[in-house]
Ligand binder design. Structure first.
Ligand SMILES: Cc1cc2nc3c(=O)[nH]c(=O)nc-3n(C[C@H](O)[C@H](O)[C@H](O)COP(=O)(O)OP(=O)(O)OC[C@H]3O[C@@H](n4cnc5c(N)ncnc54)[C@H](O)[C@@H]3O)c2cc1C
Length: 371
């Protein structure tokens, strides 16, 4: 193999693409090695929600990273469009977190308290207000919290735009299934491909999503796949311009007019095939919210795997026990939102110039053992 780079990034999902793009912008020679195609897994099929108000570590230490993610996405979207012509469809959305009874409404009141402290704009609505905003909602409705801090984008276009901008800035992308590291003592000097080829590099970043640690010679990450499925439906009209959610289910209309219904969370190993049981459970959940969707036509059903770490926080930075080996993984349900932050954190660690984005203790790869 003649290709040689300062850094190899293994994995062409949103996280690997972001690390690679941030490195190339800092003048580093980078090659992305991806065994399938760019954004062909979770990063290409995720809902694309940029929500700083929900998920692991929220409320808690992840809120500030989520807010930083949104501000970086706002800067990145026009930058990527200028560089590539790809519109990632970043837009503000209004979310309605519904309450079906008094207990649910009290939970929303509690949420409002911490959201106000974090200056995340939200407001409580009663049931009548909610029905005025979304007349197709059915069932019992005590009220809702309307969130005004939410954004979303098209996660496939976003990941593709990152890699296209990366290539236009001089980065390289090659196909390959990485099965091991080239090591000189503790120092990592490249990767070994299933084909038997070795690709030399000064450093390696493992951004392999839920497959972290499944390659023969790669370190074992405490990351597991969490399967998630989504339905895309044709349902003409203007209902669900607000993203509505209750009890783990949501309904939302995307800019192309399709209504998305989701989702599921399942430990199913590496099985990423859509299942009838998930389709039925999503339909049951969303029909309880909006019986009118009985008339919707399902046009696409996707399944993919979230990379979830054992403590639910991302795993970023230098791996203890190795020299020049870095992690960018474990973003779980927030990999699209956090990818620009994770990209800058890893690029900062590699170049020794973290700027505004040093790796925080809660994300630091050094908290785990990889042997
Ligand atoms: C149903 C669902 C909805 C979601 N909604 C949201 C959302 O609204 N907002 C949000 O922020 N996040 C969301 N997520 C989470 C988000 O999709 C993930 O956190 C994110 O895509 C993870 O990106 P990644 O780059 O780490 O992994 P991936 O996208 O899985 O990419 C990893 C890549 O590495 C490659 N790879 C693996 N091993 C090797 C190897 N040995 N050699 C070469 N290549 C290799 C794989 O082929 C893959 O392309 C959702 C996820 C799911 C499943």
């Amino acid at each position: 193999m003649t290709v040689s780079s300062d850094v190899i990034v293994v994995g062409g999902g949103a996280v690997g693409a972001s690390v690679a793009y941030e490195l190339v912008k800092r003048g580093v020679a980078v090659t992305i090695i991806e065994r399938d195609s760019i954004a062909s897994h979770a990063s290409g099929f995720a809902y694309g929600g940029l929500f700083p108000t929900m998920g692991a570590g929220i409320p808690g230490p992840v809120v500030r990273h989520a807010k930083r993610g949104i501000s970086l996405h706002k800067r990145l979207a026009p930058e990527l469009e200028d560089a590539t012509g790809i519109d990632v469809e970043l837009r503000a959305v209004r979310s309605l977190d519904l309450a079906a009874d008094e207990d649910g409404f009290r939970d929303l009141e509690k949420s409002l308290a911490w959201l106000s402290e974090e200056e995340l704009e939200a407001e409580l609505l009663d049931g009548d207000d909610v029905r005025r905003l979304e007349p197709a909602l059915g069932g019992d409705l005590t009220g809702a919290l309307i969130q005004r801090s939410h954004f979303e984008l098209d996660s496939y276009k976003y990941t593709l735009a990152l890699v296209t901008a990366f290539e236009r800035a001089g980065g390289m992308h090659m196909p390959g299934d990485v099965v091991g590291l080239v090591r000189v003592g503790d120092r990592v000097a490249g990767v070994r491909l299933r084909s038997g080829d070795e690709v030399p590099s000064g450093a390696v970043v493992l951004a392999t999503g839920p497959w972290a640690g499944t390659g023969d010679g790669l370190p074992n990450f405490p990351v597991k796949p969490k399967k998630g499925e989504i339905l895309r439906m044709r349902f003409p009209g203007r209902d669900f311009v607000h993203r509505v959610s209750l009890g783990g289910h949501y309904i939302a209309r995307k800019p192309d007019g399709l209504v998305w219904g989701g989702s599921t969370e399942e430990d199913a190993g590496f099985d990423d095939r859509p299942s009838t049981s998930a389709r039925d459970s999503i339909m049951a959940g969303i029909l309880a919210l909006a019986p009118a969707l009985e008339a919707a036509e399902i046009v696409q059903h996707t399944a993919c795997l979230r990379p979830v770490s054992v403590d639910d926080f991302p795993i970023i930075g230098a791996l203890p026990g190795y020299e020049n080996l870095f992690a960018a993984n474990g973003a779980g349900k927030k990999g699209i939102l956090l990818s620009p932050v994770m990209g800058r954190m890893v690029a900062g660690a590699i170049t020794g110039d973290p700027g505004r984005d040093p790796i925080p203790d809660e994300f630091d790869a050094a908290r785990f053992d990889y042997t």
